[in-house]
Design a protein around this ligand. Structure first.
Ligand SMILES: C[S@@+](CC[C@H](N)C(=O)[O-])C[C@H]1O[C@@H](n2cnc3c(N)ncnc32)[C@H](O)[C@@H]1O
Length: 241
């Protein structure tokens, strides 16, 4: 069973008189900041910059000292599914720049072992490993850093897209599968797993495996995940080893 809606419908608007009703289009136009196309700046970077500047989650992340807006996605998933618990041990796959780790510590995690191919600035309480999770010996190397079975394995792994649809799909599926296999290998009984997947959801075979091993498996799209983005999340709760 899937549940992709984390947010409810549109807020019910109050009736206003014609005179006072703001024109939403004009307001958006006035508030939306445009970025000038500087020489050498590609249209794609101009659009990215514009999106960053106008994204309320980017602003909020700055205010709260979060390294990435991704932190809000984890918070929303936790609010809805109760993934983070006090004093927990967490594995964070694809942890750079560290937003999920910051949010998890804020909600009581005791220790996090994170891994990324990119360098990550240290986060107090986290042990950050710097290697490719898809390397043959990655799971064993990572396991060597776990003092006990973790309460939560969370994966926001996303590889750079090549633009070739099938290649990108295969790369994504491989990351999700590797993360899921790792979670099912190390989680404590009753532990949870959350992973980024992409629209189209999770491969049927993997979903079946997860449903066999977890009490509860759902898809969800947090409000803070950009509407245009194909990303969704898969949440699997209460692991049965
Ligand atoms: C969307 S970002 C994660 C954001 C993070 N959750 C946060 O809150 O800051 C995805 C990360 O996955 C990492 N990644 C992708 N493929 C990887 C791999 N094979 N091994 C390790 N990290 C990988 C990328 O380097 C990138 O930092």
């Amino acid at each position: 069973m899937t549940d992709r809606k984390m947010s409810g419908g549109k807020p019910s608007g109050e009736k206003r008189s014609r005179k006072t009703k703001p024109n939403a289009d004009n307001a958006t136009r006035m508030l939306t900041k445009k970025v000038k196309t500087a020489r050498g700046r590609k249209i794609s970077s101009k659009l990215w910059l514009e999106r960053q500047i106008n994204d309320p989650y980017v602003q909020k992340a700055k205010e709260l000292g979060y390294r990435s807006r991704a932190a809000f996605k984890l918070e929303e998933l936790d609010d809805k599914f109760g993934l983070l618990s006090k004093d927990s041990l967490i594995v964070d796959l694809g942890c750079a720049p560290g937003g999920w780790m910051q949010a998890a510590f804020k909600r009581g995690a005791r220790r996090i072992v994170g891994i990324d191919i990119l360098p990550v600035e240290s986060v107090p309480g986290a042990e950050i490993l710097h290697f490719d999770f898809m390397a043959e010996d990655a799971a064993e190397r990572l396991k060597a850093h776990l003092v006990r079975a973790p309460d939560l394995v969370m994966s926001d792994l996303a590889s750079n897209t090549t633009g070739h649809k099938q290649t990108d799909h295969l790369k994504t599926v491989a990351l999700v599968e590797a993360a899921a296999e790792f979670a099912m290998d190390v989680l404590k009984p009753g532990g949870h797993f959350v992973t980024k997947v992409f629209q189209g959801g999770t491969e049927e075979m993997l979903l079946k495996r997860l449903r066999d091993r977890f009490d509860f498996v759902r898809h969800a799209k947090p409000k803070s995940s950009r509407k245009g983005s194909p990303e969704i999340y898969l949440v699997a709760k209460s692991f049965r080893p």
